[in-house]
Each structure stands twice: as C-alpha cells, then as structure tokens.
Design a protein. Structure first.
Length: 354
C-alpha cells in the first residue's frame, strides 16, 4: 500500500498530467466557443440539469480528492462542442440530453477497447438522399469504387512516409517501409491495381513494413526499480495484441503505445463520424470497406488517410515524455489502460494534431 508521501502514487501522477494540460491550454479567440472537448473518466460521472444549467460531475478514479464539477449555462462560450466519455460509468438524464442537443453538443462514448461505442446528439442522423445515392452507386460500380478507394490508400501511404521520415532515424527498417509505401503509390498511379481486393493487399503489405519499422521504439520510464515495468513495455514490438487469441488483432491493447493508438483512432473515428453525418452522408454505407451491421464502414473509409497523423502524434508524444508505471494500469486479463489524467492530456494532444 502506498502512502501519500510516496512520489509515485496514482494521485501524484494524475496531478502531473493534469498540470501539464492546464499549463498549455489551446489559444481561443475572445468570442469563439471552446473547441477542446471536455473529457470525462472514471466511475460516477453525472450529467443533469439544475436550475436551467448543465451540472457536470467528473468520475472517481485512482486519483485522490473530490471529483471536479462544472456548471454550464445556456449560450455561454465555455460550453464544449464535444463531451467525450472514456471508460465511464454513471448517469445522464433525459433533460440533460435535450439541453445538450439544444446547445449543439455531441457526446462521444469511447469504450475500454479504445473504440467509439456511441455518438449522441450533434446533427443527428439526417442523411442527404443525393449523397447517399452517390455512396450506393460508387460501391456498386467497380471502376468508381476502385477509384475512390485507391485515392484513400494513396493518401494514407503518402502520410505514412511523412510520419516515418519525421519520427524515425534513417535505418534499414525505415527505408524498407518507405520503399514499400512508394511501391504501393506507384502501382496505384500506373493503374496496376485491379480491384479493391488487390488494393487491400497493397495496403496490407505496406502496413506490415510500416509497423515493422516501429520495432524497438523505446519508451522512457522513471522509478523502474521501485515500480517495475513489464519487460515488453520497454520497447515496442508489434501493433497487434497477443491477448486476442491465435489470430492477433489490434484491440485489447497489451502495450501502452497500442493503447494510445486505440484511443487516438477512436477519437479520429468520432470526429470523422460527426463530420460525415454533418455533411449528409450515411456513416454505414462504406465504399472501400465491407458493409456489415453495426460497422460505420464509410467513416472507416474517410478516416484512412488521417491514421498516420494519429500515429505521428502518439510517437512524438511518447518521445517527449518520461512515463511512470502509475500512468497506466493492467486489467486482470492483461489489457493495458491509460490513467484518467493521462487520457485527458493525451486526447488534448490528439485534438491539436487533427
């Protein structure tokens, strides 16, 4: 059991990340509305209406002290455009939902796997029939589907090269990843890709080399003698998680960097979904990605080129910090999760990157 004088308690590390976020708030014009999302974490989160104002109560986490509260009045500029719920439990009243809708606030719920569980409010689910028809026709037409998909993958490969060259030293692994990305771009430009199935192969091959270049990426840790860090956490090894069984997938992160990537992609997905709905498209009517029940396939299409930007933000964030074991915690099943205040600070960094 740790005492309060211990410099590496959950409380002290939470306060550390909280102070970093508060010291560098994003600049805002005098008459502009708050753009940085409000991020709520922990147990007992509450949103309710009291005397016409929205009373927001943050959750209880590993940090000591009373949870923070905010009182927001209709029309004021401090009302965030988005409220993000990260691994929360608690309650939201119907009156609060109506209030949020009237004030144009979107509520985004991110689950423990780092995926968008739900998006509430904002512009609703109104779909422009002309744009929806374009989505359906583009998917049904082989040439249009390939043209649309190839452009997305091309932009993603270009962004991947930018991330590799901005973050990593010029090693053999990095050069191999850049070469494979350029090879994919060349195949697309010369019309050598026949169909989305082949395009998926081009993208997958480049992605394998891309993440192979990450192998050995180091995380800096403090107080490791007193608070030992799992050996696999010292260096990055792979994007997929061994916790998902024989066929390893990217969810159930077993490494802090993968946990950050999952949160970053979830945040990107939420922003893309909001923009997609705002523009009148059907978020489920994918063109490149397969359409399946409950999957926002078109959102996954549109967000592809921006994934490397999330990667770069995560890598640069890791390079700029010395972490403590108290910034993360392990579930009983081995899943790595970010501490609440670190999550808030990290989401703020992702917001700036996008």
């Amino acid at each position: 059991m740790f005492v309060e004088t211990d410099p590496e308690t959950w409380s002290s590390r939470s306060e550390f990340w909280k102070e970093k976020a508060e010291k560098s708030p994003p600049k805002r014009l005098k008459r502009s509305r708050r753009k940085v999302p409000m991020v709520l974490c922990g147990h007992g989160v509450s949103l309710k209406i009291q005397n016409g104002a929205l009373l927001v109560r943050d959750g209880i986490s590993h940090a000591d002290g009373e949870p923070k509260q905010w009182r927001l009045y209709p029309g004021e500029l401090d009302i965030p455009q988005r409220i993000i719920l990260v691994e929360c439990s608690g309650a939201m009243t119907m009156a609060a939902l109506r209030w949020l809708g009237e004030q144009g606030v979107t509520v985004i719920d991110i689950d423990w796997q780092g995926r968008v569980a739900s998006v509430i409010g904002g512009s609703g689910v109104a779909i422009d029939p002309v744009k929806y028809l374009w989505q359906v026709e583009a998917r049904a037409n082989v040439k249009k589907r390939l043209s649309f998909s190839a452009e997305l993958v091309r932009r993603k490969l270009e962004a991947s090269i930018e991330t590799l060259e901005a973050v990593f030293d010029n090693t053999t692994a990095r050069q191999s990843a850049v070469d494979w990305a350029n090879k994919g771009i060349e195949q697309i430009d010369r019309g050598k890709v026949n169909g989305t199935r082949e395009l998926l192969g081009v993208e997958g091959a480049a992605a394998a080399k891309y993440f192979a270049a990450w192998e050995g990426f180091e995380m800096r840790w403090k107080s490791v003698k007193q608070y030992p860090v799992p050996k696999p956490w010292l260096f990055y090894s792979q994007r997929s998680s061994l916790l998902t069984g024989r066929k390893a997938k990217n969810w159930k992160a077993d490494h802090p960097i993968n946990a950050m990537l999952n949160y970053g992609y979830a945040f990107l997905e939420s922003q893309t979904r909001i923009q997609t709905v705002s523009d009148g498209f059907d978020p489920m009517a994918g063109i490149y990605h397969e359409v399946s029940e409950g999957t926002p396939s078109y959102v996954l299409d549109v967000m592809e080129p921006d994934r490397p930007r999330i990667d770069r933000a995560v890598l640069e964030f890791v390079l700029s910090q010395t972490f403590s074991m108290k910034d993360f915690y392990l579930r009983k099943d081995g899943v790595c999760r970010l501490g609440p205040e670190l999550t808030r600070h990290f989401v703020s960094r992702i917001e700036k990157a996008l």
